[in-house]
Write a new protein. Sequence first.
Length: 177
Amino acid sequence: MHAVRRSLLEAQARAAALPLHTVGLPAHCSNAVYQARLGSALDRLKAKLKITHIVFGDLFLADVKAYREAQMATLGLVPVFPLFGRDTQALARDMIAGGLRARLSCVDSEQLAPAFCGRHFDASLLDEIPASVDPCGEQGEFHTLVTDGPMFHEPLQVRPGARHVDGQFHFMDFMAA
């Protein structure tokens, strides 16, 4: 969905000094398979690490929040939504001002022009996106690859590769520089 290479995901985890626990999913995964695999992985982590809470970055989609709350309740985990309800205009600019660096890795061309794919997530991008596009991409308008921020010990060096199109979605294949 985000069109980010596994090697870059692993580099992000290293840069943030966080353990990485992945869940393998097939292409075009059904929600039932997603829920089953995620549930199994979280059950293993609950047993191994004794986790009781899980944090989500959802911003304002009440139906997605309710879905996550129901899914986590069946797993015995407490969902936490620290950003829910924040003004996304202010949040996007606060993230940039705080040192977050990212690139648009995927664009839904029905909501945002394909030319935005690969661009830096910065103030000029926020100034140029249409008013109908959420500045944090909360409605799936775009997805990003974070390359630096205060949580990273060192920035990721990436370069754009080939562009790919799958229906309405345009992807930028970023690679380690």
